[in-house]
Design a protein around this ligand. Structure first.
Ligand code: CAA
Length: 257
């Protein structure tokens, strides 16, 4: 499929997606959503891909949902279309996705980064939920996901004042997993993704599923869910190979089965 608002590349076993609407600081309109979902589903179905990286430009990961596209929408149309529901499909991706964020990740941009499995930030990254300055509130999950990432006080601060958080504060608050120099951002994210893609794909996917379940259920149910997944991994050749390789002091050769 030919894309106009994103660039997709294969880097070994990693699918790299670059948001590419520079004239609008990668503002997320309906076209970019459709292309992003198609690309993620494409890499998801590709047996040669084990993980993905989503990045933007040096100036902006994404400066939010497209304000000019949303501006004139009526309440009834927003309701009837269930505006933004399309992003739910993005979150159904089963292979790991790393957000590599440089520059602005605002509104929907911050929300998209949080829909990924973890965020690696450049030291230039700036996160924010400035919707309040537009007379609205976050609509792609910001009030819910940001609160789970950074806790109530900081989430309230961000959503009520619309201020931005720099990379150091984002790392301190648990929003991002690590901060790297801007010039090394994409390579670092690709390196992390390549490491993931070298592991056994079923165990990687189950690890993702298990961590995500922590946000949806009680501790007792989550622990039970984790244990059942753990048991099921003993049905794989990869478990035998991984443990044999440890015992034999060699590198495992996973077959993804
Ligand atoms: N939607 C549409 N266009 C946008 C945009 C957005 N979210 N963000 C930036 N752009 C456009 C600008 O309109 C401008 O286009 P023109 O050249 O045609 O005027 C171009 O991108 C460059 O932007 P600026 O000239 O504003 O660049 P800057 O360096 O002066 O400022 C910025 C950068 C601080 C990020 C500023 O662009 C800005 O504040 N953007 C909007 C941020 C925002 O409010 N995001 C939340 C959107 S609502 C949302 O996301 C809802 C939700 O929950 C999903």
């Amino acid at each position: 499929m030919a894309y106009e608002t994103i660039i997709t590349e294969r880097r070994g076993k990693v699918g790299l997606i670059t948001l590419n609407r520079p004239q609008a600081l990668n503002a997320l309109n309906s076209q970019i959503l459709a292309e992003l979902v198609a690309a993620v589903n494409g890499f998801g179905a590709d047996a040669g891909i084990g993980a993905m990286v989503i990045t933007g430009s040096e100036k902006a990961f994404a400066a939010g949902a497209d304000i000019k596209e949303m501006q004139a929408i009526s309440y009834v149309d927003a309701y009837l279309q269930d505006f933004f529901v399309g992003w739910e499909e993005f979150t159904r991706a089963r292979k790991p996705i790393i957000a590599a964020v440089a520059g602005y990740a605002l509104g929907g941009g911050c929300e998209l980064a949080m829909m990924c499995d973890f965020i690696i930030a450049a030291d230039t990254a700036k996160f924010g939920q400035p919707e309040i300055t537009l007379g609205v509130i976050p609509g792609m999950g910001g009030s819910q996901r940001l609160t789970r990432f950074v806790g109530k006080s900081k989430a309230m601060d961000m959503c009520l004042t619309g201020r931005m958080m720099d990379a150091a504060e984002a790392e301190r608050s648990g929003l991002v997993s690590r901060v790297v120099p801007a010039g090394e951002l994409v390579e670092e994210a690709l390196k992390a993704a390549a490491r993931i893609a070298d592991f056994s794909l079923p165990s990687v996917m189950m690890a993702k599923e298990a961590v995500n379940r922590a946000f949806e259920t009680t501790l007792a149910e989550g622990l039970r869910f984790e244990r059942r997944l753990f048991h099921s991994l003993f049905a794989l050749e990869d478990q035998k190979e991984g443990m044999a390789a440890f015992a034999e002091k060699r590198k495992p050769n996973f077959s993804n089965r």
